[in-house]
Design a protein around this ligand. Structure first.
Ligand code: C5P
Length: 333
């Protein structure tokens, strides 16, 4: 009870100030009625058309939501324009500033056991990071309000619940999650094409729905583990099979390891939203991750977003660690 009221006080303070700033910025382009109450992104903004591949080498792409001009890297992979929705991003005049562009593509994993610890981290990284991942540990401990509160503070949330159930149940869960304001949401590709289609259909009519990301093969699964579940293929070919199946079911977003990102990028083309964990900046501990890459390398391979947890959250100075990672990412942008 004490923790809860402490937390609510912290949130009240945090969300009010961030929202005021966000609203002021949003009002320059849109009336309040046109803006999403939490993200300050336009309510009825149609997604920008994707550029064709040959445009990628040279032309900047105008982003209608944030008014940034994204400078596209030489490889096909990039962040689809409609993903830049954070009012924090809008508060910078990013233009083609590589650090600001990197900030739009770094997701900090809030792998902490309770809401106060998560809010402390969001607070510490305020201004340095604009995306946070809420996974099962935090979500189960803190409840859906943690997502709403991080969103209300002007940041983007990637809700990593890895849904896997019968199609009707997953469709309902996706609808509920969408109401929280998360910008990305995971589900297991191995739930099958009907489950994936049901999930996609369940949010089809929504304004500003979350991007659905299919998890292919968990990075903790090797060939032996897969075999034990009755899958005879190697992890790499199972990833490819599940990604193709996901695309046929209308999913364009995937979570995969740095090892598979190049293959998935060639499968999805520029429209794929590829979210990559297993990122280790120079000099950081590898921990339990196996298939890793550096931040710039992962972007060059075709990653849209990088997920980084412990190298930031367990650093003596998380803001400095995040800034160093943005610096490394900027080499590829
Ligand atoms: O601390 P670290 O940078 O290893 O955290 C990576 C994050 O990405 C964790 O939240 C982990 O659960 C998540 N993740 C992963 N591998 C996947 C999917 C998600 O490491 N295949």
């Amino acid at each position: 009870m004490i923790v809860r009221s402490l937390f609510e006080n912290v949130l009240k303070r945090r969300s009010c100030s961030a929202r005021t700033v966000g609203n002021r910025l949003g009002e320059q382009l849109y009336s309040p009625q046109q803006l999403h109450p939490f993200t300050n992104s336009p309510r009825n903004q149609a997604p920008a058309p994707f550029p064709s591949r040959h445009q990628f080498d040279s032309q900047p792409v105008h982003n209608p939501i944030s008014s940034f001009n994204l400078r596209l890297p030489h490889y096909d992979g990039y962040m689809p324009p409609e993903h830049t929705v954070s009012s924090k991003d809008n508060s910078t005049s990013a233009g083609t500033d590589p650090i600001a562009l990197a900030r739009q593509r770094l997701i900090v994993a809030l792998d902490v056991p309770d809401a106060p610890s998560a809010i402390r981290l969001v607070d510490t990284l305020q201004g340095t990071c604009s995306w946070f991942k809420v996974g099962l540990e935090l979500y189960i401990a803190a409840g859906p309000s943690i997502v709403e509160n991080i969103v209300a503070s002007g940041h983007n949330v990637f809700l990593d619940l890895k849904l896997h159930d019968i199609p009707n149940t997953v469709a309902g869960a996706v609808r509920s999650a969408a109401k929280l304001g998360a910008r990305m949401l995971t589900l297991h590709a191995s739930g099958g094409p009907v489950m994936l289609s049901a999930a996609k259909d369940s949010i089809a009519g929504l304004t500003n729905p979350p991007e659905l990301l299919a998890v292919t093969v968990l990075t903790s699964m090797d060939a032996g583990q897969l075999h034990a579940t009755g899958v005879g293929r190697l992890p790499s070919s199972q990833v490819e099979l599940l990604a193709k199946m996901g695309m046929e079911a209308g999913i364009r977003g995937f979570v995969c390891s740095p090892k598979e990102v190049a293959t998935l990028r060639s499968l999805t083309g520029p429209e794929g939203v590829l979210v990559i964990p297993g990122i280790r900046p120079a000099g950081s501990a590898i921990g339990d991750q196996k298939r890793i890459a550096g931040p710039a390398e992962a972007l060059r391979l075709g990653a849209s977003y990088l997920v980084v947890g412990r190298p930031i959250t367990q650093a003596p100075n998380p803001a400095e660690a995040a800034a160093a990672i943005l610096e490394e990412m900027s080499e590829a942008l």
